[in-house]
Design a protein around this ligand. Structure first.
Ligand code: NAD
Length: 251
């Protein structure tokens, strides 16, 4: 319970990786603030399970981010995890999707950070953990907005690390390859359409083709790394981009 007394905001924590991180931080004693959307009964059950508050703000809008951080209060651990994906060739990429993906996957992390940092600096301790992606280090076709946003998030992380280096605050990315979550499942139909492939072929020949271990990362693996980054032993890990991609970006 080494995180007792610490407050964690995990964006996009009603599902997938964010929920696994929220559970793991709670397990170590942190007070957790949930964010994201979902079915009301299921969210109420999660709030009970984690003894957590939930702020259903839309983080594609600056006012939404500001509402989340105001409701959460002083934040010791900030996990920027909320993200979305859209798969389409660049010439037909819907411009509204570009705007939303950049807003949620990149701009929201800037806004949560600028609002969380004053308390972290004053406390002399803080952790900013940005859930980027293998796509923060390498590209794939048909993912213009996602790849651009994740590369941007990696750059933002490095900048935060340098600015906060002497303040007891670290900033790092965790960059998973394919993790089996609703985000991945939901992009299968679009990828089938964009590449004219079957579901099985998309999983084997698109998703896992570049993941040398040929297995999906589990949400709990990412959560375990996030917990480690909160430990005192991780005080000198800052500005890093921790790959958890089965060797994808080693190629
Ligand atoms: P997911 O779709 O399961 O969960 C996304 C979460 O974000 C949900 O809680 C959802 O309600 C929330 N969310 C969506 N739009 C929002 C909005 N406008 N405002 C506030 N919250 C919103 O996704 P996931 O697979 O768990 O992905 C989480 C993060 O991990 C994302 O940033 C994603 O890019 C990254 N990632 C995922 C994978 C993967 O393979 N699943 C790989 C690399 C990186």
């Amino acid at each position: 319970m080494f995180l007792k007394g610490k407050r964690a905001v995990v964006t996009g924590s009603t599902s997938g990786i964010g929920l696994a991180i929220a559970r793991a931080l709670r397990h170590e004693g942190a007070e957790v603030v949930l964010s994201g959307f979902g079915e009301a009964g299921e969210i109420a059950r999660l709030c009970d399970e984690l003894e957590a508050g939930h702020v259903p703000a839309d983080l594609t809008r600056r006012e939404g981010v500001e509402a989340l951080m105001a409701a959460a209060g002083p934040t010791d651990i900030l996990v920027n995890n909320a993200g979305m994906q859209h798969v389409a060739p660049v010439e037909t990429f819907p411009v509204a999707k570009w705007d939303m993906i950049i807003a949620l996957n990149l701009t929201a992390a800037f806004d949560t950070s600028r609002l969380a940092v004053p308390h972290m600096k004053a406390a002399g301790w803080g952790r900013i953990i940005n859930i980027a992606s293998a796509h923060s280090l390498t590209a794939s076709p048909y993912k213009a907005a996602y790849v651009a946003a994740k590369h941007g998030l990696a750059g933002l992380t490095k900048t935060l690390a340098l600015e906060l280096a002497t303040a007891g605050v670290t900033a790092n990315c965790i960059s998973p390859g394919y993790v089996w979550t609703p985000l991945v499942e939901n992009q299968i139909p679009d990828t089938m359409k964009a590449r004219n492939m079957s579901r099985e072929d998309v999983i084997r020949d698109v998703m896992l083709v570049r993941q040398p271990t040929k297995s999906f990362v589990q949400p709990g693996d990412v959560a375990a790394m996030a917990v480690f980054l909160c430990r005192d032993e991780a005080a000198n890990i800052t500005g890093a981009n921790m790959s958890m991609d089965g060797g994808w970006t080693a190629e």
